[in-house]
Design a protein around this ligand. Structure first.
Ligand code: ATP
Length: 258
């Protein structure tokens, strides 16, 4: 499968601290990669570098072969890089339906003139209802986003990403704070997203059962360094992961392909 997103020797330092150290990785269409590592390993910082929330000190980010290292986060989003933030994308005072409709509209690049056509507006709303149904949120369509319980907010966020249809989807602990019975629905949603149009999905995740059920591939970061990259069975059983991820050895500095 084609490489959609890649980082080459990507680094960032904060003062004297190297948070991500020369990370080189390629992400392919149709592949879901879990990025794991102990607290402070650099997972969120690596995500921020890929999505443009922070600028790299050195190295490159490529999207569809295009060098986007200097592109802003909104420019990257326009180019098809979608990221679910932990609930910061939601419009709290708007209804659940309105939140998703805005995402559908943004995807459709619909301006006011365009929206003035009733047929188009109805179509956008129908599409929004479709995404809400897939997310299991139809019953909450008219409630404000702010009034949703945490798990439903996360589902809404995923529904909005579905509406935006990005080529690359970055999910930051999508099941964080959810009750055990809510998790399967979100995992199903992520599988649906992956199946739609051979999407590239990157997932930062701590829960091993979520990783096992979704990941085609696992990347391990430790002290900002990419220490393992491979198929889940190999990576999870490798000594380097037992050392780095389970924290039995704090000094893992090797770069290995498990
Ligand atoms: N803006 C910043 N300024 C200074 N240091 C930072 C900044 N952002 C991150 N760091 C440091 O970089 C390192 C990596 O942090 P990061 O949040 O990326 O780790 P993480 O793997 O996502 O951790 P967690 O699993 O706890 O969320 C940490 O030591 C953190 O303190």
């Amino acid at each position: 499968m084609a490489v959609t997103l890649a980082s080459r020797h990507l680094s960032v330092h904060f003062g004297g601290h190297v948070a991500v150290n020369a990370a080189t990785a390629e992400f392919r269409a149709g592949e879901l990669t879990a990025i794991v590592g102990p607290n402070g390993a650099g997972k969120t910082t690596y995500f921020n570098l890929l999505s443009g929330q922070i600028r790299a000190s050195s190295g490159q980010v490529l999207l569809g072969g295009l060098d986007i290292t200097r592109a802003s986060a909104p420019a990257r989003a326009d180019l098809g890089l979608g990221r679910a933030f932990q609930l910061t994308n939601l419009f709290p005072r708007l209804s659940v339906l309105e939140n998703v409709r805005l995402a559908v509209q943004s995807r459709a690049r619909a301006g006011f003139n365009f929206l003035a056509r009733t047929g188009v507006r109805v179509d956008l709303i129908q599409q929004a209802h479709g995404h809400l149904e897939a997310a299991g949120l139809s019953a909450r369509a008219q409630d404000t986003a702010a009034s949703l319980p945490h798990g439903d907010k996360r589902k809404l966020e995923v529904a909005m990403l579905m509406a935006l249809q990005p080529k690359v989807l970055m999910l930051d602990e999508p099941t964080a704070g959810m009750s055990a019975d809510e998790v399967p629905r979100v995992l199903d949603l992520i599988r649906t997203l992956k199946a739609q149009g051979d999407r590239t999905i990157l997932l930062v995740e701590h829960k091993l059962d979520v990783i096992r059920s979704l990941a085609d591939r696992i990347i391990v970061l430790h002290n900002g360094t990419l220490v393992a990259d491979g198929a889940p069975a190999q990576v999870m059983n490798s000594q380097i992961v037992k050392d780095a991820y389970l924290g039995t050895s704090p000094s893992t500095q090797r770069v290995a392909h498990a």
